[in-house]
Design a protein around this ligand. Structure first.
Ligand SMILES: C[S@@+](CC[C@H](N)C(=O)[O-])C[C@H]1O[C@@H](n2cnc3c(N)ncnc32)[C@H](O)[C@@H]1O
Length: 304
């Protein structure tokens, strides 16, 4: 049966006009029940309605709370530092080609990654940092937070499958599992565009014990039932190393790798690992700059 995340079902916008679309609570509850997920159905049943539709303000406040908790998890597992470790050598190689780097975070949520990189300045003062997400409420909150924190970064609405923002490097964190496996090739192909030099997409590794690890971690660190539910569902939906590598290979102009693939990590952890794409002319410089850490980059996943 399909594994569903509540956050994917409770808010919708017209992709053409950006207008908020009503989401009927009875329909979401029926969808979750049809997928055999009574617990998720009960969580949605508690979200207030205006008439028949879920109250959009209540939904936005709930998703912002969940993403704020998610930001704390990201801070705890040092996701910004892990991105910076790969981004720094990639941007150095990009600058050596005379290109001013522009980094776009796809599915940025509250913009934690972009705000964190902007705040630390770790990537240098010339880098342009942008976050896009199709959830307009999260984008609005990300912009508000960046303004409040006086950070040099911007946020906008955008769909991962209809990217309007050009980038030197695309990245994402915890987004790939939202897409069905058969949509992944299109996602990667869309980033193989003129001007783009690399991508780094971190997501949960699909280990047998990842759902248990995610349950433990979210139970200990999250308060919102929706966040706890979706955290475990994410681990159950995670794509395998092989599925990610073969989908990423559909970006023909990129050399593609996994960094610290599941094969090499503790199977008990709900570990995050990225699929990385590099223009072939950048690969040598990036590997040299990574030094011993370059051993973590693998183009193939050996059988267990
Ligand atoms: C698990 S959250 C991760 C948010 C953020 N990257 C972080 O690390 O905190 C997944 C995000 O992907 C966004 N998303 C899902 N599908 C998307 C799509 N097709 N285009 C753009 N954003 C999408 C959701 O709105 C949500 O903000």
């Amino acid at each position: 049966m399909a594994v569903l995340e509540i956050s994917d079902l409770v808010a919708a916008w017209d992709p053409a006009t950006g207008e908020r679309l009503p989401v009927l609570r009875t329909e979401v509850v029926a969808t979750l029940r049809a997928a055999g997920n009574e617990r998720a159905a009960r969580i949605v049943q508690r979200i207030p309605v205006l008439g028949e539709a879920l109250d959009p303000l209540a939904v936005d406040r709930l998703l912002i709370r969940v993403h704020t908790e998610l930001q704390r998890l990201n801070e705890e597992v040092r996701m910004a530092q892990r991105f910076a470790e790969l981004l720094a050598p990639i941007l150095a190689a990009v600058r050596a080609k005379g290109i001013r780097p522009r980094v776009v975070d796809i599915g940025c949520g509250l913009g934690f990654m972009v705000r964190s990189l902007a705040s630390s300045g770790v990537l240098g003062p010339d880098v342009e940092l942008v976050g896009v997400d199709f959830n307009r409420a999260l984008v609005a909150e990300a912009s508000r937070l960046a303004e409040d924190e006086r950070l040099s970064c911007t946020f906008g609405c955008g769909d991962a499958f209809a990217l309007t923002e050009d980038a030197t490097v695309y990245l994402s964190n915890g987004v790939l599992h939202h897409f069905p496996a058969d949509a992944l090739p299109e996602f990667f192909r869309a980033q193989d565009r003129p001007g783009t030099q690399a991508f780094i997409h971190y997501d949960l590794a699909a280990t047998r014990l990842a759902p248990f690890g995610a349950w433990l971690f979210h139970r200990a660190r999250m308060r919102e039932p929706l966040g706890r539910h979706d955290g475990v569902a994410s681990a159950r939906r995670a794509h395998s190393d092989t599925a990610l590598l073969s989908a990423a290979a559909q970006a023909p102009g990129m050399e593609t790798f996994l960094f610290e693939a599941t094969r090499y990590t503790n199977p008990l952890c709900a570990a995050m690992r990225p699929v990385v794409g590099l223009r072939p002319e950048l690969t040598g410089d990036v590997l040299r700059a990574l030094g011993r850490r370059a051993r973590g980059l693998v183009a193939r996943v050996p059988a267990r």
